[in-house]
Design a protein around this ligand. Structure first.
Ligand SMILES: N[C@@H](CCC(=O)N[C@@H](CS)C(=O)NCC(=O)O)C(=O)O
Length: 236
């Protein structure tokens, strides 16, 4: 049995749901409470203390990249990691760019700008008790602000952030200029990692407006969604 321990709104958890869906694997999800991050109880499931964590037949794998490679080994068809060394390297570099760069833009836009944060926090807190609904809208944006300031994106004025994002989206647009997918002629982990972050960026007002200018990117997002989004079973 496969159980995904997740935060529904995390791009890294979205990435793993998409891989599992694409590979045709049925799985259950266990939604973790935001309070478990404060209490440190995630560490009981996963020693890194971050989600996603995937339980495959009782063995826990953590970190979305490690999970992706573990799933590829266990369920090789359809593949998401090319065997050609150059394509494989490009997939790795794009995945890492999505996870380690685009992630901070989505965090900054969705959580720290008040006009976007209201919507994001409403989804994050949908299942939480009222006291948590009261405290988290103050604590979470403040904590995300600390993270993005240390990383650097959070120190930039919004015009510079939008300029960076435009450069990122325009690069995705150019990578798609002669094909349907980011690397090679099949969907790969690169497409999945990038769309997981881009879908979050698109939920923000600024990200949505920028992406709307790039029809090639919008068509590609639809293509990846069609291949990777299907219904999943709620946890028992
Ligand atoms: N590199 C990790 C990043 C995972 C990550 O940052 N997860 C966030 C949610 S988006 C998390 O669990 N945060 C809780 C915490 O840091 O306490 C991966 O790819 O899995």
């Amino acid at each position: 049995m496969i159980i995904l321990h997740q935060f529904e709104i995390s791009p890294f958890c979205d990435k793993i749901r998409r891989i599992l869906n694409y590979k045709g694997q049925t799985f259950k999800v266990r939604e973790v409470s935001i309070m478990d991050t404060a209490k440190g109880t995630i560490k009981k499931v996963n020693r890194i203390g971050k989600l996603p964590a995937l339980d495959i037949d009782g063995k826990i794998v953590c970190d979305s990249t490690n999970i992706a490679y573990a799933l590829e080994e266990r369920f090789p068809n359809p593949p998401v990691i090319p065997t050609d060394p150059r394509q494989r390297a490009l997939v790795h570099v794009l995945e890492d760019w999505a996870d380690e760069s685009l992630y901070f833009y989505e965090m900054h836009l969705r959580f720290t700008l008040p006009h976007n944060a209201d919507k994001t926090l409403a989804s994050l807190l949908a299942q939480e008790p009222s006291l948590i609904k009261l405290l988290v809208p103050i604590a979470v944006p403040a904590s995300m602000k600390r993270i993005t300031k240390t990383q650097g994106v959070g120190k930039k004025p919004i015009e510079m952030v939008c300029q960076d994002i435009t450069r990122h989206i325009s690069s995705i647009n150019d990578l798609l200029s002669d094909g349907l997918w980011l690397v090679g002629d099949q969907l790969t982990l690169a497409d999945i990692a990038v769309i997981s972050q881009l879908s979050c960026i698109r939920q923000s007002q600024e990200g949505g407006e920028i992406i709307a200018r790039y029809q090639t990117v919008i068509d590609w997002m639809q293509r990846v969604d069609d291949a990777t989004l299907t219904a999943m079973q709620p946890a028992a």
